[in-house]
Design a binder for this molecule. Structure first.
Ligand SMILES: [Zn+2]
Length: 112
């Protein structure tokens, strides 16, 4: 009956599973973003919830592509506008759905 051990300590395996799930959800969101915006929102919400629950942060590349306000998966030229401000070294991402604007500094970003 008393299966619960320490509540505060979470095994590393959980974190890894959480990361894996988030990865799957994000790739699903990416795939379905154009065809099923509503479904995509749910994937994004789920991914964020898992991240919060297991204290896993979405990686930088993923965070940039998710609208914080409306959970849309942002695709440049489709539902968001991306501009670079070279003077301020930042990316300006505007969500075309809810109009929220986010700035991301890109001091030393590497692209694979
Ligand atoms: Zn939005």
């Amino acid at each position: 009956m008393k299966a619960a051990r320490s509540r505060s300590r979470r095994p590393q395996a959980w974190t890894n599973i959480a990361k894996e799930r988030i990865g799957i959800l994000v790739s699903l969101a990416e795939k379905e973003a154009k065809r099923h915006p509503e479904r995509t929102k749910r994937y994004v919400d789920l991914a964020r919830r898992i991240g919060m629950r297991y204290n896993v942060r979405l990686d930088k590349g993923t965070r940039i592509r998710i609208c914080k306000e409306c959970s849309s998966f942002l695709i440049p030229g489709y539902n968001c506008t991306v501009r670079t401000r070279s003077d301020k070294q930042s990316l300006v991402v505007t969500c075309n759905k809810c109009g929220s604007v986010k700035r991301y500094p890109y001091s030393k970003e590497k692209k694979a």
